[in-house]
Design a protein around this ligand. Structure first.
Ligand SMILES: [Zn+2]
Length: 173
């Protein structure tokens, strides 16, 4: 549906049409309110004109951001189908890629995240060394990575701390 079609329906104070994306729905709702207020005489013609052009500026901005977001979500969905192999691999290139995906390649990343990632690498080494604890540690790594992927740094630290306490309380570990 074009913006002209959306505006025509809004001007006729019609019901929100099906199948619009979020920015189009907002455009429709905002224009319909403006037209309604104009018709009722609450808003005069000059003010309605000014507001309408501001509504359109905001709409095109939002529409642009929405398109970028959709594009990123699409990339993420496609990556999720292949990410298991990257986790498993553990080579330098895959680690770099994971860091980019999780966002810890940036300069402004909190030290917490860098520490968490370093801990993941230590845990990975432990997995290699201690076969009897493989399953537990592998699960911990998966959980920490999952938390980091969700940008939940607090949760990642909790999981790491839990694991470290377990080790302290388990002299065999
Ligand atoms: Zn690799």
């Amino acid at each position: 549906m074009t913006t002209d079609e959306i505006e025509r329906l809004a001007a006729d104070l019609k019901e929100l049409p099906d199948g619009l994306d979020t920015p189009d729905q907002l455009l429709f709702a905002t224009l319909r309110e403006l037209y309604g207020n104009f018709r009722s005489g609450y808003v005069d013609r000059e003010r309605a004109k000014r507001e309408k052009s501001r509504i359109y500026v905001a709409y095109y901005e939002l529409k642009n951001q929405y398109a970028i977001m959709e594009q990123h979500l699409g990339i993420r969905r496609r990556l999720q189908n292949n990410i298991g192999d990257v986790y498993q691999c553990g080579c330098e290139n895959c680690r770099k890629l994971l860091n980019v995906l999780v966002g810890i390649d940036r300069e402004d990343v909190p030290t917490d995240t860098k520490e968490a990632n370093a801990t993941i690498e230590r845990l990975r080494e432990l997995v290699k060394e201690r076969s009897e604890r493989n399953a537990v540690l592998a699960t911990t790594i998966d959980r920490v990575r999952w938390a980091l992927e969700k940008n939940d740094i607090e949760r990642a630290r909790e999981i790491i701390n839990e694991n470290q306490h377990k080790k302290l309380n388990d002299p065999q570990g």
